[in-house]
Design a protein around this ligand. Sequence first.
Ligand code: UDP
Ligand code: MG
Length: 314
Amino acid sequence: MTYDFSLVIPVYNEAENIPALCKEINNALKGMSFEVICVDDGSTDQSFALLEEQVLNDRSLKIIRLRRNFGQTAAMAAGFQAARGTVIIPMDADLQNNPQDVPALLAKIDEGFDVVSGWRRNRQDTFISRKLPSIIANKLISHITHVHLHDYGCTLKAYRKEVLDQVSLYGELHRFVPALAHQVGAKVAEITVDHRPRTAGQSKYGIDRTLRVILDLITVKFLLKYATRPLQLFGKWGLGSCGLSLLTLMVTFYMKYADGLSMNRNPLLILSAFLLFAGVQFVALGLLGELVTRTYHEAQDKPIYTVRERVNFD
Ligand code: UDP
Ligand code: MG
């Protein structure tokens, strides 16, 4: 059985929100063809028991229970993998997202987009610990990935299933899916969505999330630009470093013959040796990267391109 869309909801200690969440979804999406996949990410409260209770009178609800808390990205990936909708729509379990936005997301997908990102334009979170870091992070991510969105962090987004299948999620990468999807050729759009304050349960994140997002951004940039040609990044630094090494060596020689400064008294000589060493290391790292890349693609039969459609092939 396939559905028009699958809602994928990561749940971690959201017992106070479960009954209202299920009710709200069914009211907002009555009559549509969908499934709801709740992924219990190792909750230690009554979340799972409450979900099981809901399943009894809700045919569209499915539950995946993870063995421990793996984090939001992993929980979402588990749901994405099990989902059988043509479109996949992740959403938070804490009622901050509004299921009434789903039809608008679907309409945008129907316009021909592969990814539609929600923008919590009127975000109901604290300013210093949430909104300010978010504004800066979104600017930075947009600039670095060249996919310009106002709200990477919004969970409520819509993806065509086949696009999501081509993106692998690790670490905390769920927020970067639009950028990663764009890399495989997806058309990305953005619409504003509703956002409400959290009224029950607790947020699972603090300000330290900002740091993790920045680190992930480095990974994403590398994946986007150099994943299939690491030597071109490291080789550039390596050759640059070797060139600088040669330059400092020449300066050392010049200082010896022009100013009579003994080479072993000149710190530039050490710098030159260090730069040469670093340069060789960079090139070697790039070559290792090339080997790893080949293993990565060939072990998974992962091509280095993606196809939108094929015509007249059997
Ligand atoms: N969540 C999860 N695993 C975690 C942390 C969070 O499944 O380890 C879920 C959580 O239950 C919620 C969603 O991810 O449905 C977003 O979490 P939260 O509301 O705490 O984030 P915030 O809105 O504060 O950014
Ligand atoms: Mg929340």
